[in-house]
Design a protein. Structure first.
Lengths: 199, 168
C-alpha cells in the first residue's frame, strides 16, 4: 500500500492543514490500541492512558513537519514505541509490568483492564484459558522491552516484519531475530507452565 | 540449509513473514525433517496463542480519557498561540532594531559595538573595524597585558611556613 492510499495518512494530512476533526478521528481510532501497547510497558492502565495521551500530543506537535512516507499506523507506533521505551528507562518503572503486578496483588490502579471481548478463549475451559492467558501475559511482560515491542507490533497490531522494522527503526533481519527469540522464550515459558514446573 | 539455519526461520514462517523463495525452501525442509516439523509445531502453537491473547484484548478506556486528551490538546494549542504571540513582536522588534543599526552604519552613524562602550565618535580607522573593539575589557587593560610576562615571573610575596622565601 502506498502511503497516499492509506486513509489515515489522508486524515493526518488534513490534521496538518488544521482540520481538528480529522485529528479527533485519528485518536478515536487508535487510542485503545495505543493504551494496550503502552500497558505492556508501564503496568497500570492509568499510566498507559497518560502515555497514550503523550503519544497523541507528540503527534499533534509533529503535525506541521509530518511527511507521509509510510502507513500512518507505522509512524504512530514509532512514536508510541519511543515513548514507551523511554518510560521503561525511567528508574521508577524498572518494575515488573502489569501482569506480574496484578499477580502479586497490585493496587486498583494496577488491576487488569476490562476487556471488551470475553469470548476469545472459545474452546478452552474458561478458568484454564484465563490462567493460561495470564501466564502468557506474565511471560510477555518479562521479555526485554525491544523484543516485547517487536512481538506486540507483529502479533497484536498485525504489522508485517518490514513495518515493525520501520516502527522500531531497526533492520528486518533484526526484527526477525527479536521476534524469534521472544517466541522461543514464550514457548519455553508455556512449556514449563504446562509441565507444572512453574505456578 | 541445515536444520540450525532452518530453525532460525521457523518463527517467521509461522508468522507468514517469509517471502516466496525462502518460504518454499523452509517448507520443503520441514516436510522432510521430523525434528524441524516438531519444532515448527511448537512455535506455531505459541504464535497462535500469543496472537489470540494479544489481538482479542483491547482495553476499555476509563471515563474521561477523551476529555483529558482534549484538554491537553487545547492547552497545547494555547501554548502554541502564546509562543506565537511572544515570538512575533520579539522577532519584529529585533528585525526593526537590526535594520536601524544597519542603516545607521551604512550612513556612517554610531556603531552597534562602539556605542555601548561609550565611544560615540571613534577615529575613522576604528570606525571601519569596530569588531576589533568587541573585547573592550582586554583593550582597557592592554598595558598590563603587554607586561604579562613580567607579572607572572614576579616572585610571590608570601612565605610558606617552615620554608624560606625563594626556597627550592
Amino acid at each position: 500500500m502506498q502511503p497516499g492510499d492509506d486513509p489515515d495518512v489522508r486524515l493526518m494530512l488534513r490534521a496538518q492543514a488544521g482540520d481538528t476533526a480529522a485529528f479527533q478521528e485519528l485518536y478515536a481510532k487508535y487510542s485503545r490500541q495505543i493504551v494496550r501497547f503502552a500497558q505492556q510497558f508501564c503496568g497500570s492502565q492509568a499510566r498507559a492512558e497518560e502515555l497514550a495521551q503523550d503519544v497523541f500530543l507528540q503527534v499533534y506537535r509533529a503535525r506541521a513537519t509530518y511527511q507521509a512516507r509510510a502507513r500512518f499506523s507505522t509512524w504512530l507506533f514509532r512514536v508510541a514505541t519511543n515513548t514507551c521505551l523511554s518510560e521503561r528507562r525511567r528508574p521508577e518503572h524498572r518494575l515488573p509490568a502489569r501482569s506480574l503486578d496484578a499477580a502479586e496483588g497490585g493496587t486498583e490502579d494496577q488491576a487488569p483492564p476490562e476487556y471488551a471481548d470475553g469470548d476469545a478463549a472459545e474452546g478452552e475451559s474458561t478458568a484454564l484459558a484465563r490462567e493460561k492467558r495470564e501466564r502468557l501475559r506474565q511471560l510477555l511482560a518479562a521479555l526485554p522491552p525491544q523484543q516485547r515491542a517487536a512481538l506486540l507490533l507483529a502479533r497484536a497490531e498485525g504489522f508485517s516484519y518490514e513495518e515493525v522494522a520501520e516502527s522500531l527503526e531497526v533492520t528486518v533481519p533484526a526484527v526477525k531475530s527479536l521476534i524469534h527469540r521472544a517466541t522461543l522464550a514464550l514457548r519455553e515459558g508455556m512449556r514449563r507452565y504446562d509441565a507444572g514446573e512453574e505456578p | 540449509m541445515n536444520c540450525s539455519a532452518i530453525r532460525e526461520e521457523l518463527t517467521a514462517l509461522a508468522d507468514g513473514a517469509l517471502t516466496g523463495g525462502a518460504d518454499a525452501v523452509v517448507r520443503a525442509h520441514v516436510a522432510g525433517c521430523g525434528d524441524c516439523a516438531a519444532e515448527l509445531s511448537g512455535i506455531q502453537a505459541t504464535v497462535d496463542l500469543s496472537r489470540r491473547v494479544l489481538v482479542d484484548e483491547l482495553p476499555t478506556l476509563r471515563p474521561g480519557f477523551e476529555t483529558r486528551l482534549r484538554a491537553r490538546l487545547a492547552e497545547e494549542t494555547e501554548r502554541g498561540r502564546s509562543r506565537a504571540r511572544w515570538w512575533r513582536p520579539a522577532f519584529v522588534g529585533a528585525l526593526v532594531a537590526a535594520s536601524v543599526l544597519l542603516m545607521a552604519r551604512s550612513v556612517g552613524g554610531p556603531s552597534a559595538v562602539l556605542v555601548p562602550l561609550g565611544i560615540q565618535a571613534p577615529p575613522k580607522k576604528v570606525a571601519e573595524k569596530p569588531v576589533l573593539f568587541k573585547d573592550y575589557e582586554i583593550i582597557e587593560h592592554l598595558e598590563e597585558l603587554e607586561n604579562f610576562e613580567t607579572v607572572i615571573q614576579t616572585p610571590l610575596e608570601y612565605e610558606i611556613p617552615g620554608e624560606g622565601r625563594g626556597a627550592g
